[in-house]
Design a protein around this ligand. Sequence first.
Ligand code: ATP
Ligand code: MG
Length: 387
Amino acid sequence: MNLLEGAKIILKTLHEQGYEAYIVGGYVRDYLLGVKSTDIDIATNAHPEVVATMFPKTILTGMKHGTVTVVIDKKQYEVTTFRTDGNYLDRRRPDQVTFVGDLQTDIKRRDFTINALALTIDEQVIDFVGGIEDIKKRIIRTVGNPYERFSEDALRMLRVFRFVSQLGFTVDEETLEAIKVNRELMNFISKERIIMEIAKLVLGKYFHDAIKLIFKTEFYKAVDFLNHGLDLLVNLNYTPTDFSEFLTFLAVTGNYEAIMNLPLANVIKKTVTDVYEMYSLEINEFTNPILFRQGLYVCLLTNKLNHYLRKLPDKQEEIKNQYENLPIKRVCDLAYKGSDLIIRYPERKGPWIGDMIDEICLKILLGELKNDYHEIEKYVEEKVKSE
Ligand code: ATP
Ligand code: MG
């Protein structure tokens, strides 16, 4: 069963119980564009507690906002009750949602005309806001007055750039003007929500168009970790391959502190810090010990930044090759291990063991010792004798 067929089962089930239900949001936009969508959102006038009882497999995570996740054939569908977003008192998130009875009210709360279409079970598109026309013209425009819509929820401004990056559309002039006027409202938006949109923006096919527009509108001034480096990026033929790579670019171009203040997973912060340090130390010789200690990913990123920002030759192939040929890639690759040392020298303490393992690794990486049980054993014995 494909994604759309699963959604139609949900629509049919709701219809049979006397409820209205439509496919809404991104799926309808992508349907008209002929691009593949990865998920389907459904809107209905059935209330969440009713939806929850109608399907054998549901996940109840967003009941408060009217959302029930329905699982059909292992795929998840978000089924949300028609609603308005109440008032935006804290300018962050709708503090309360109000369920409404009709599709049109639900459509009017949505961000952009291209995201405000609905699809019936017979695959008829319902359009209250001129979304079909805007998809044809490839233009991003807010539903209603952009100044008001960005004041309600400033994240929508960032979403404009996210959709530019994903779709390559242009932005309606008034919508763009409203961004210039309202950008400071981004201060009210949580870093978590900002990160989620930027992570999607980075992966867009039209990343460069989005960056150019963020620069031109000076929107970058409203997001602290974008404050520096975008001027470089607009002029470079450089595209990061993922979110952490984009973060490393931003870190080395002046936003390191701001990035460390973001709520990011520790592994991402570590990668950013490792690259930041290598780049700051101007390391461009990727020796075996450095490859071993930092890992391939960090070395490749440092090389990439050296190449694009310092105009040094690209060493990518060389680095990959050298990494493949490392005599050991991790401590556990050692033929003679810490546990062997502990058995052989039970009177020795932990730090000695750790230092000895480091020394053995270094010798092997420098080609001064073979990764062979007996050779290492002999090396350690001589070392102990000479103490
Ligand atoms: P994607 O394909 O990346 O999932 P999407 O259009 O489905 O894109 P989502 O962020 O998943 O985007 O949001 C789903 C729908 O919810 C949007 O199409 C839009 O109608 C509505 N929406 C999402 N965020 C907002 C917002 N901040 N303000 C108003 N409507 C929004
Ligand atoms: Mg979506």
